[in-house]
Design a protein around this ligand. Structure first.
Ligand code: AMP
Ligand code: ZN
Length: 473
């Protein structure tokens, strides 16, 4: 397994701490809003990484937190409390907001075939662990009390910017809005471990602590939750690139100061999904969610396919045109794989051929999670002069990692079972066929009439290179 490590800025041969076992930690969502499809890009890529490791034979334990307290609108401890802002926006309690958006996130994961991590832990369940870690950091002299809050003292570290020479611009990535200088800090990068004096008079969630009633900072939760379930040595830590600074930098600072030794060996960062206006972000509002994609007629797995077509270490530009192309290619791929499964029946497979292609696929995905090369292997198998039974077995095997429901007969059943949708599909397809025929005869008036008739019924047609696609308006 080869993995790019943000810590060393190199593609490295992956070496686990305990032979055969991999511990993996994922920064979970801040549950004050729906996850947008950018957030979900990160979770899709992390899911492929986990499944690749399992496919390669590792016994993986993966842990994810749910941030339901402590995350301010700037990742550098300033701005609004995100959970509180969500509660105010919707006239609900913070816990209601957390519960609602956690469930929405799980539902998105399910739609995108993202495996639930082995452990999912909300930050509010681990307050005792946070307090314990902060006590040790104070004892060891890595933390101080000022203005009634507890801060981590970054000047005590031999090296704080462990991820290298970030430019000022990069350093500002996590600092979103409303940045006001905190005069209690001894050093500019010091960060809050525990708030007792909050600027939010109506802070909803507070707990007793040795320093008074208060609540934890954001960064402490990932260090604690990871150590609680995965121990003192972590193999892989994941997140989007915006987490590199300050979140992951601060996690390393406090974890290694607490432990007195190196904590995590590999840092896996997924680059952003951007739209024309730049990075997709929850705080910008008007975000694209999986539900919105579904309402527009897209299969969520077409979005997963769209993500897998490119590499996780490159920014990905989202547009509906690009998604349309991916959706058309995905539908075609589904049809091809389904037809192979049907033809294959229960014929025996050719083990030698199976092993050869499986090795090619594993080579591709374990080369720093190169999903587009892995998809090329899928197409190579479809084109290859090999029997259908072996092809079907290979496609099913690859789908353990890709999770695109390739060769899954349920895909066909899902369409059959949905009578209403099926009827609509049949009708629209018939109209599209008529329109194609009209265009062939250069009867453009008739073609336009058909388009308008469908539009009146709320169906929008899109002409693409792959043919005419449709969606509900
Ligand atoms: P949040 O819910 O804001 O804490 O973010 C959840 C995850 O999504 C984190 O790993 C972020 O780094 C990641 N993320 C945020 N914005 C994007 C984006 N536009 N593209 C990809 N990943 C993102
Ligand atoms: Zn985190």
């Amino acid at each position: 397994m080869k993995l790019y490590n943000t810590l060393t800025k190199k593609v490295e041969e992956f070496k686990e701490n305990v032979p055969g076992k991999v511990s993996m930690y994922t920064c979970g969502p801040t549950v004050y809003h729906f996850a947008h499809i950018g957030n979900l890009r990160s979770y899709i890529e992390e899911d492929v990484l986990e499944k690749t490791l399992r496919y390669a034979g590792y016994d993986v334990k993966r842990v994810m937190n749910i941030t339901d307290v402590g995350h301010l609108s700037s990742d550098a401890d300033t701005g609004e409390d995100k959970m509180l802002a969500g509660a105010k926006r919707e006239h609900k309690t913070v816990m209601e907001i957390a519960d609602f958006y956690t469930k929405a996130f799980f539902s998105d994961m399910e739609k995108l075939n993202i495996k639930m991590p082995d452990v999912v832990e909300p930050a509010t369940h681990c307050i005792d662990e946070f307090i314990h870690m902060i006590e040790i950091l104070l004892e060891k002299g890595y933390a101080y009390r000022s203005g009634e809050n507890i801060y981590f003292d970054t000047s005590k570290l031999p090296e704080y910017y462990v991820f290298g020479n970030q430019s000022e611009e990069e350093l500002m990535v996590g600092v979103r809005d409303d940045v006001t200088e905190d005069t209690n800090k001894r050093n500019k990068n010091d960060f809050v471990l525990w708030f007792t004096k909050s600027k939010f008079e109506d802070q909803a969630l507070k707990w007793d602590s040795p320093w008074g009633v208060g609540y934890p900072g954001w960064h402490i939760e990932c260090s604690c939750i990871s150590m609680k379930h995965l121990g003192e040595q972590l193999d892989i830590h994941c997140g989007g690139v915006d987490n590199i600074f300050p979140h992951h930098t601060n996690e390393i600072a406090q974890s290694e100061s607490y432990l007195g030794h190196k904590w995590c060996n590999y840092w896996f960062h997924v680059h952003h999904l951007n739209d024309r206006a730049g990075k997709m972000s929850k705080s910008k509002g008007n975000i694209l969610t999986v539900t919105v994609l579904q309402e527009k007629g897209y299969d969520p797995l077409a979005y997963r396919f769209f993500c897998l077509q490119s590499h996780y270490r490159k920014p990905l530009e989202f547009s509906f045109d690009a998604l349309d192309n991916a959706a058309a290619a995905y539908t075609k791929l589904l049809k091809r794989t389904l037809s192979i499964v049907k033809q294959a029946g229960n014929d025996p497979i050719n083990q030698e051929v199976f092993d050869t292609y499986k090795a090619k696929f594993l080579d591709a995905v374990s080369n720093d999670v190169n999903t587009s090369s892995a998809l090329t292997v899928v197409y190579d198998v479809l084109k290859a002069d090999i029997d259908n039974a072996t092809k079907a077995a290979l496609i099913r095997s690859f789908d353990e990692v890709l999770s695109l429901n390739l060769a899954a007969e349920t895909e066909e059943k899902a369409v059959e079972e949905n009578g209403e949708k099926d009827e609509l599909t049949l009708y629209v397809e018939e109209m599209i066929a008529k329109r194609v025929a009209a265009k062939k005869e250069k009867n453009f008036a008739e073609a336009d009439r058909i388009r308008n008739e469908l539009l009146e019924k709320g169906i929008v047609l899109k002409d693409t290179r792959e043919g005419t696609l449709w969606e509900k308006a």
